[in-house]
Design a protein around this ligand. Structure first.
Ligand code: FES
Length: 130
């Protein structure tokens, strides 16, 4: 899997949240605190990064202990699955035809890799002055 850099310029609105090295190994999932929030940073099977809310919106389980699978994290308690955008994609205990999962989304932040570091940007941050 390869990860192609996104065309962004690192400015003061980006915050360094981790080293690329911190996500190496068999389980690329780490807790991060940024923008005043507890978050979880992970690399999915496609090599893309996700920075999403750390606690499951169902009963508050810590997604840092979730299963790293299907391009996201699966909650260790009841199995809700979240992708790198924070979107819930599965609720195993719901009826088969339930679409409730589509209404559930964790906070998420844009992340990029530059020169061995991972940076995040708060969606509410103002663009850099030109
Ligand atoms: S606490 Fe996460 S699915 Fe229930």
């Amino acid at each position: 899997m390869t990860h192609s850099p996104q065309p962004v310029t690192i400015t003061s609105s980006w915050v360094r949240i981790a080293s690329v090295e911190a996500l190496q190994g068999e389980r690329p999932v780490i807790p991060v605190t940024a923008f005043g929030q507890a978050l979880v940073l992970f690399r999915d099977e496609e090599g893309e990064l996700g920075l999403i809310g750390r606690y499951c919106p169902h009963r508050g389980a810590d997604l840092c202990y979730g299963r790293h699978e299907n391009n996201g994290l699966r909650c260790p308690f009841h199995g809700w699955h979240f992708d790198r955008s924070g979107q819930c994609t599965e609720q195993p205990a719901e009826p088969e035809d339930s679409k409730m999962y589509k209404m559930i989304r964790l906070p998420s932040f844009t992340v990029v890799e530059r020169d061995g570091a991972i940076y995040a940007q708060d969606a509410g941050a103002l663009p850099a002055a030109t």
